[in-house]
Every structure is written in C-alpha cells, then in structure tokens.
Design a protein around this ligand. Sequence first.
Ligand code: COA
Length: 335
Amino acid sequence: MTAGNNPSVYIKGVGSYVPEKILTNQDLSKVVDTSDEWIVTRTGIKERRVCENGQECSDIAVAAGRKAIESAGLHPSDIDAIIVGTITPDMIFPSTACMVQKKLGLENIPCTDVQAACTGFLYVLDMARGMLLTNHRYNNILIIGAEKLSSIIDWSDRSTCVLFGDGAGAAVIARTPAGATYGVNDIYLGADGSNPELLNIPAGGSSLTASEATLAQGQHFLKMNGKEVFKFASRVIVQASEEILNANNLSMDDVDIIIPHQANIRIIENASKAMKVPMDKFFINLDRYGNTSAASVPVAMDEAVSSGLIQAGHHVLLVAFGAGLTWGSALVKWH
Ligand code: COA
C-alpha cells in the first residue's frame, strides 16, 4: 500500500477498559417493553456494560489510558499531553482530560476534551497528529475515547436505551521513527451541523439551561431520530471509507481489516453490501458492548490487536460517524 501522506505519527500503544457490570437484553426487557429477539434482530446487540455507582467517566478513561501507556512501553510520566473524546464528561468543565491527568498523578501537561460524539476518537487522533508534527514539546500524546452513556440514557425510552453502553479505549501517539514506513497514513474528517436535533441532549447547555421543566420533560436525556440517523450512518460509513481510499489511490483489497464504529450490525451489513466487502473484514464487538460512542473504535481496535487480528504490516481502516452530525476515517499501517 502506498499512501498519499507520509506516516509521520504512529499508534505506539493501545488499551481499553469496560466496566464489569453487564446489562443483557433480558435485563432490559424487564425495564421496558422490548425483547432479546427484537434487539438482536434490529441491532445485533446482545449485552452492554454499565458503570457502577460512583464509577466516573474519568475512572474508566484512566483504566484504558494506563493500559495504552503500558502497551507503549512507557510510564505515565512520559506522557506530554492528554486529549479525551467524550460526550459524557465527568462535569461540563473542567475537562475530563484534566481529571485523567490528576488520576494519573501527572502535572503541568496540557489536557483538553474534544466533543465529536461517536467520531471523537478520529478527531482526537488527528489533533494529536497535528500537535506532534508542529510542536517539539510533545513526544507521546495520550488520546482516549471514553463514555459513561448510561448517565445520559432515558431508561424508560426503549428506542434508545437498548443501543448504548459504557467503555473506554486509549492510544499513545508518537512520531514515527525516521525511515519507518508504518504509522497513520491519512485521516479524513467531516461534519454537518445543519440538523443538530437528529441526535442530541436538548437541555443542560447554555441554550436551554437546566430547570425543573427541562427535568420534568426529560430533556437532559439523549434524544435520537433513529430512522434518519440510520440512513445517514449507512450512507456516510461508505462515503468516509471510499473518500480516504480514493484519496490515497487504494482499494478495499489493500485493506486487511476495517474497524468500524459499533452502532448497529445492520449499518455495517449495509456498508459491506454497498462496498462489496465481506463481513469478515469488519471487526465486530457491538454484540457485547453496544454503541459506546467515542470509545467504540479504540475499544474495537485494542481487541483486534490483542486477539491477533491486527498484526505488524497490516493496513487498518478506521471509520466512524455520530452526532453533530460528524464522520471520519483513518488509514493506519500497523507496526
Ligand atoms: N423493542 C421493541 N420495539 C421497539 C424498540 C425496542 N427496543 N424500539 C423501537 N421499537 C418499535 C418502535 O416503537 C416501532 O413500533 P411501531 O411500528 O409500533 O411504531 C417499531 O419498533 C419499529 O421502529 P423503527 O424505529 O422503525 O425500528 P428500526 O428498524 O428503524 O430500528 C433503531 C430502530 C433505533 C434500532 C434504528 O433506527 C437504528 O439503529 N438507528 C440508528 C441508531 C444509531 O446507530 N445511533 C447512533 C449513531 S452514532
């Protein structure tokens, strides 16, 4: 594979963490009018993980981050910056990245959050790449996608509560050593803010501040137009994949494994048909975790690495889409 861009940064280490508590479809069928059969048929999801009481988004982010640092052969003190992609920060501010810094026992390094929903990990990957290539102060940047979606779900809304779960995935990004051909070859990002209501939390921001009325109307919970988001996702997963392949004069035959955002098996099946790519080229773990938003891609990537499906020299396509609406893809040659 010869890509248009030099692989100037690479994924030096990966790690992930999911909470121990499992919520099965059976469990949910006791809370809302649904069934295991409906959820599996319409989404492919069988169970998801949820944080225990008191387990914060930054806690699972730190757990994933520590594993990524270890897998990179580093110590937390080697980390020069932290960027967290999340839509479920511990607090609106300060950033969850600052909480991660504190829990890792680090000081002074820059820390910030990025909010690009389920595309969050690809956004933070591109930002880490930019920082590494333009500022000599950075050598190892910890990027994390972490979500405690259980905290923003309306557990009485069967059309959304069956879809999501909690989890965190992380990576350490560093400059590729001189002469090496592995690394992040290209990243493509996009967004369309024209229909924010398709997938959002209406209240609690500065536009519609939290009040007794917003609380009573459940406007502090995630709202989604499932049908429209499904159509968008089925279209954009193909568009983002083809865009980055075309830009690099590549075809799907050059790709060894696709790590797609884990939202709904039918979205991935639609992409498989549209791109004429066999389903076994897509890594799938949504049956066990549901949609973990910004954590989805890095958790899947970490599992693909630890199960041996991603190996040195492999060409990996990451692709994601989500609220905003946002989308993105990345081409990585593994080391
Ligand atoms: N259990 C049982 N029935 C359910 C249900 C559930 N959990 N959720 C919805 N239904 C019902 C609906 O009420 C509807 O009933 P009705 O026909 O009597 O009104 C029926 O099932 C069909 O609903 P519909 O919305 O047409 O189902 P769908 O096939 O579109 O699947 C989603 C719904 C949410 C699974 C699907 O739209 C989807 O996956 N959307 C994208 C979600 C996503 O990926 N979001 C994140 C993107 S990052």
